[in-house]
Write a protein that binds this ligand. Structure first.
Ligand code: FAD
Length: 456
């Protein structure tokens, strides 16, 4: 240790090192550099903004039309309280303005979404990267950080933070001063920094580079990590009739998720798609975090989704329609009476769930249903039960639920309490929002606050 103290005595200390050149890291880098801070970004992979490029079906739903309060509310009470300062400081409308200033016009889309006018995610990534580079940042690719510790753990007396980075030669090749230095093992080197921003993302889509590396560093600092589980993934169902409806989509649809005891865990009015494994689409994906968390706590637990196929009508109104149709001359087909067009295959599944013969649907003409049969049919239309036994997992999850417990982070600065100079934001934090540009909004807004707390 004493040797180290001498060895590193003259080592350069970076003003700010940002770990991860994703959505949050790129935004933070530009914002900090524009405030006069010297910024070095270390990125594990050979490119920046990988998830931005993949987002929104490569169109990038970069924020929402909602105002700051409504957008934050979608993260749930605790996270909404945490995000209040960040979203008030950088509301969704300001994200749009920011991109307009970078030459990326934006357009509104259904379900409160905002996309770049070009419908091309690459324009969003390129704009963020160019902005940061023009502001004077240095970025080193292929430079995975392998540890973040208090500098005194490496060199007694040293202040602030020390990062171990694999591939210091690569970093030196990027022209980063003071990074070609000492080797700590076969292929790692140390970098010292006054301030460290950890925005290395979660564990969703690990092939893209996000393998939850940051959790371990934070745990070593005795900080609480809420165990990560996949969120915004498709739901799987053991029901073969569900798989047979693959390709049918419902829009609108009200989706209610219940636990094994029938307790309501969440509800979304969003489109749903039947798949050969279960349910997908925003309505199902938005609820997947609850399923994953429940399974992580008890792998044997099961869930039920109830689909309201006709959300615009109350049960009584539906019953009236059926009664009126049955009395009409020439008795129209059942499906034709409903205000939404439901494929015959799906109607047959509804009849099945109501305990009626599928022939009721196949016969075409509106059947003479008994009062109780009509009641059951309406019940099945309003709450078609689908058993759920899992999610698509991290490989297809758009975000991670879990991460650094919010109790450790100052919501006005993103600085970790009691760890001066260390900031955590973006998907590393224990918060996640539904589909609709909310997660980029959170990444950008938390990044902006962290950057604003540095520099003049
Ligand atoms: C397929 C898909 C589609 C999505 N679509 C949308 C959408 O349309 N709208 C929306 O709001 N959200 C969307 N999301 C979610 C959104 O992409 C994330 O919420 C957001 O990217 C989080 O930003 P971040 O900067 O915190 O993390 P990331 O963007 O994941 O960035 C983390 C960066 O850190 C790097 N890194 C990781 N470990 C290390 C290490 N040890 N050393 C150095 N660097 C490291 C990673 O390589 C990565 O570049 C989507 C996600 C996916 C997967």
């Amino acid at each position: 240790m004493q040797d180290n103290a001498q060895k590193y005595a003259g080592a350069p200390v970076h003003e700010l090192v940002i770990i991860g050149a994703g959505a949050a890291g790129l935004w933070a880098a530009a914002a900090a550099a524009k405030r006069g801070v010297q910024v070095l970004v270390l990125e594990k992979t050979p490119r920046s903004g990988t998830k931005i490029l993949a987002s929104g079906g490569t169109r990038c739903n970069l924020t929402t039309t909602l105002d700051a309060t409504s957008a934050a509310a979608l993260f749930g009470n605790k996270a909404a309280r945490f995000l209040r300062s960040a979203f008030d400081n950088l509301p969704p409308a300001s994200v749009r303005e920011h991109f307009a200033g970078l030459g990326v016009s934006t357009v509104e889309a259904p379900l409160e979404k905002i996309f770049p006018g070009s419908q091309n995610a690459k324009d969003v990534r390129d704009a963020l990267l160019s902005d940061a580079l023009e502001a004077g940042i240095t970025i080193a690719y292929d430079s995975p950080v392998t540890g973040v510790v208090k500098a005194c753990a490496v060199a007694p007396g040293a202040t602030r933070w020390c990062l171990s980075v694999r591939g210091p030669e690569t970093i030196a090749a990027h022209g980063v001063p003071g990074c070609g230095g000492e080797k700590v093992d076969d292929d790692s080197g140390f970098i010292f920094a006054d301030h460290v921003f950890i925005c290395s993302g979660g564990t969703s889509v690990p092939d893209s580079g996000t393998t939850g590396d940051g959790y371990e560093w934070l745990e070593k600092l005795e900080l609480t990590i809420t165990p990560p589980v996949p969120a915004l993934a498709a739901l799987t169902s053991p029901d073969s009739w569900v798989h047979e409806l693959s390709g049918i989509s419902l829009d609108p649809c009200n989706v209610r998720l219940l636990d094994a005891k029938g307790k309501r865990l969440g509800e979304r009015m969003r489109p749903v798609l039947f798949t050969h494994k279960g349910l997908s689409g925003p309505g199902a994906m938005d609820l997947s975090g609850h399923v994953a968390r429940g399974l992580q706590e008890d792998s044997t637990t099961r869930f039920m989704v109830k689909l309201d196929l006709v959300p615009e009508l109350a049960p009584d109104e539906l019953r009236d329609i059926l009664v009126e149709g049955a009395g009409r001359s020439g008795r129209p087909a059942l499906g034709a009476l409903l205000p939404v067009s439901l494929p015959r295959r799906l109607l047959a599944a509804v009849a099945n769930a109501a305990g009626l013969s599928e022939d009721v649907i196949k016969r075409g003409a509106m059947p003479q249903l008994s009062k109780s049969a009509r009641h059951q049919f309406v019940e099945a239309l309003k709450a078609l039960p689908v058993r759920i036994d899992g999610t698509g997992g991290f490989d297809q999850a758009e975000v991670t639920r879990g991460g650094l417990s919010l109790k450790h982070v100052n919501p006005r600065t993103m600085e970790v309490n009691g760890q001066g100079g260390l900031y955590v934001f973006g998907e590393m934090l224990d918060l996640d929002g539904p589909i609709g540009g909310l997660n980029f909004q959170a990444a950008f807004a938390t990044a902006q606050l962290a950057s604003e707390s540095l520099g003049a």
